[in-house]
Design a protein around this ligand. Structure first.
Ligand code: FES
Length: 154
């Protein structure tokens, strides 16, 4: 991930438009590049995809993976899909929220951690599953989660 850069933002949007890809592909490219979608991207997104500001904002808000706020230095993405729910994901998420003081989608005030929901990581038979700093973790429980949280560098 790199720091927000208006020139690169415009280039990514132009590249997506040139390929005939949808707005969500441009949003994905921006999040992959910068970790979030800066306010400054709204105008070129509106122009490139002939959408209103409300339509672009709605697309961003619809997907848990897109955010208009910079992410924390660390991320925990807890799976909320059915198989993980059956394995205790809801209770684990409640534990994560209590332990971090964050709700899914929020970043800690010091910018250290962002908590996310995610829907299926392909580890359905080994839930609850999560991505911790992008690495898949299976059969997560409260003790393992606490150990991961304690091991995150500030
Ligand atoms: S349901 Fe959680 S990994 Fe598939």
């Amino acid at each position: 991930m790199t720091r927000w850069n208006e020139e690169k933002c415009r280039a990514l949007i132009e590249e997506t438009c040139a390929k005939g890809q949808p707005l969500t592909a441009a949003l994905r490219a921006l999040v992959d590049a910068f970790g979030y979608i800066d306010d400054a991207a709204l105008a070129p997104l509106m122009q490139g995809f002939a959408r209103s500001r409300a339509e672009v904002r709605s697309a961003i808000a619809y997907y848990d993976d897109f955010s208009m706020r910079p992410p924390g230095r660390h991320s925990i993405r807890l799976c909320q899909a059915e198989a993980c729910q059956a394995a205790g994901a809801r209770a684990l998420t409640a534990h994560a929220c209590a332990k971090t003081g964050l709700q899914p989608g929020q970043t800690s005030a010091d910018g250290a951690l962002t908590l996310h929901n995610v829907y299926c990581l392909g580890l359905c038979t080994h839930g609850p599953a999560a991505l911790i700093d992008g690495k898949p973790v299976a059969e997560l429980d409260e003790d393992k989660l606490d150990a991961h949280l304690a091991g995150l560098e500030p």
